[in-house]
Ligand binder design. Structure first.
Ligand code: NAD
Ligand code: DAU
Length: 353
């Protein structure tokens, strides 16, 4: 019997697809509705395995479209929302900030208003869960303490500023309208199904094809890496056990300077591809730095560990090998994503064209 109808936005993206796999399989009692616009970052092929499951539906739609979002909530009367849909790539936000404002801020407000409209007068057992990023806290110096939930916001790219705006709005709806919300801010995710514009899948693909590896600046920037399935289990835990109105930082306690991570990747790729030691590292090319490039992100995840008992379960060496293997074994996926063929999947499977 279905006990809850949950809207997951952005479910055809990288993290969203892992979350949908987890929820559809683990909770047959939940009806999961995946709302996604299928931008360049949305790929329904990530969800092939669960297509046709009785507790899963996909709806193509744009959270920027206020009337559509209102109508959708009226029709489905969702009990909860897990909101991941976003423009997510910093470089694209530098090239075209507008789309980030429309989706990440206006889209989030549309969802908040629609949830408020159907839950008004009965907020019991309802939840609006907003999935956000550690980038809202800004940039750390090497000697600084990691970001805590109480760290002041200091976003420095159009992407992080738009996510910060959405976080503030979600909390404002809690205080002003009593909307039951929870927010999480996570560090860099890695793993299967990530669009090859982001560092790791881009570099894996480039090494495979013996193309240059464009390292921004001196490669001295530091990121805190978390295996994507661990992020999905953190979202699961926060969704079920998190305290309303609270924020939880999620991270891997796993900081890597870019250049060290890239050299590690090169070594693994040499081994996996049977290339001479040092061959892949020769592809490293230092290029102009990203504008406003944040030096370091690091998460203090003690709150979620102490209050909810969550910890990453996948060791970095294991997750990293698994990730490299996945991209090497799923050559067809990578080819379809890089040629654009994946964008025909929706029409072929859902519209029978
Ligand atoms: P992604 O870019 O891979 O996926 C985003 C998804 O949202 C895509 O499927 C896209 O089609 C959809 N989408 C975009 N605009 C939409 C719109 N207007 N209406 C409906 N759907 C739309 O992103 P991701 O890396 O999976 O990130 C998911 C969420 O997690 C984002 O909110 C991001 O800010 C956050 N986050 C990401 C990371 C990371 O390392 N990737 C870390 C922390 C937080
Ligand atoms: O911290 C969480 C964030 O992590 C998420 O909110 C974002 O959605 C996600 O894209 C990611 O942001 P980053 O900017 O850290 O990820 P990206 O993969 O773009 O870059 C990782 C680091 O590698 C960063 O310091 C920039 C650098 N880089 C990236 C690319 C794509 C390069 O040196 N060369 C590249 O070609």
């Amino acid at each position: 019997m279905i006990t809850r109808k949950i809207l997951i936005t952005g479910g055809a993206g990288f993290i969203g697809s892992h979350l949908i796999h987890l929820f559809v399989k683990k909770y047959p009692q939940y009806h999961i509705v995946n709302l996604d616009k299928l931008t360049y970052a949305g790929n329904l092929e990530n969800l092939k395995e669960i297509e046709g499951k009785p507790n899963y539906d996909f709806i193509k739609g744009d959270i920027q479209d206020e009337a559509f979002v209102q109508q959708l909530f009226k029709e489905h009367n969702f009990d909860a929302v897990i909101h991941l849909a976003a423009e997510s790539h910093v470089d694209r936000s530098i090239a075209n900030p507008h789309e980030f404002i429309f989706t990440n801020i206006v889209g989030t407000v549309n969802l908040l208003n629609a949830a408020r409209a159907i839950w008004e007068g009965n907020m019991e057992d309802r939840l609006f869960y907003h999935v956000s990023t550690d980038e809202v806290y800004g940039s750390l110096e090497m000697e600084d303490e990691p970001f805590k939930e109480t760290t002041a916001y200091d976003p420095r790219s159009p992407y992080s500023a738009s996510k910060a705006g959405s976080d503030h709005l979600v909390r404002a709806y809690f205080h002003t309208f009593g909307l039951p919300i929870v927010v999480s801010n996570c560090s860099n995710n890695y793993g299967p199904y990530q669009f090859p514009e982001k560092l790791l899948p881009l570099f894996i693909n480039n090494i495979k094809n013996s193309r240059p590896l464009p390292v921004y600046g001196k490669g001295e920037n530091v990121r805190d890496w978390l295996y994507v399935e661990d992020h999905a289990t953190a979202i699961d835990m926060i969704f079920h056990k998190g305290t309303l109105g609270e924020t939880y930082n999620v991270g891997g306690n796993n900081e890597w300077q870019n250049i060290k991570l890239i050299r590690k990747l090169c070594e693994i790729m040499d081994r996996k591809l049977g290339r001479e030691e040092g061959a892949s590292a020769q592809l490293i090319t230092f290029v102009k730095d990203r504008a406003g490039h944040d030096l370091r992100y690091a998460i203090d995840a003690s709150k979620i560990r102490n209050e909810l008992g969550w910890e990453p379960s996948i060791k970095f060496d294991e997750g990293f090998e698994r990730t490299v293997d996945w991209y090497l074994e799923n050559e067809e996926w990578l080819k379809r994503v890089t040629t654009g063929d994946y964008q025909k999947y929706y029409e072929q499977q859902y519209l029978n064209r």
